[in-house]
Ligand binder design. Sequence first.
Ligand SMILES: Nc1ccn([C@H]2C[C@H](O)[C@@H](COP(=O)(O)OP(=O)(O)OP(=O)(O)O)O2)c(=O)n1
Length: 145
Amino acid sequence: MVEAEGVTLEELRKRMAEFARERDWDQFHSPRNLLLALVGEVGELSEVFQWKGEVPRGLPDWKEEEKEHLGEELSDVLLYLVRLADICGVDLGKAALRKMELNAIKYPVKLCKGSSEKHAEINDHGTAAAAADSSSTTNIIDDGV
Ligand SMILES: Nc1ccn([C@H]2C[C@H](O)[C@@H](COP(=O)(O)OP(=O)(O)OP(=O)(O)O)O2)c(=O)n1
């Protein structure tokens, strides 16, 4: 039985490092090889959904084996991503939290709520809205963010 409660990126990072070390696979886990392995697994993940059309959230109509297979492919993507970040010297948890902060600045709730428009379109609307309302305190998004 796998003990999965509260698993962290750091634990996955350590276990992938140990997995590679035990098999003398560090020699194969170069950044480029890991990136290619990651992309390959993204392909396998895509195959799980291939030809199914749009499927409802929670996948209520999928068989248990199909969901298990999905879990395996999602895990392969995650594990190679964690390993790639480690080998590249990137603290993935820290980087992801920082990126979420940047995302929140780039897509302020005020301008984005209920809209799936891309950053440039929101920026245009934000600018137009701010110009239309001179008293507006709308935050104009900085492209450099
Ligand atoms: N050199 C390797 C080979 C495998 N793995 C680990 C990471 C992945 O989680 C998983 C990938 O294994 P496979 O290449 O056998 O891929 P699949 O499990 O998807 O099997 P298949 O491609 O046969 O469907 O094993 C690894 O870390 N380094």
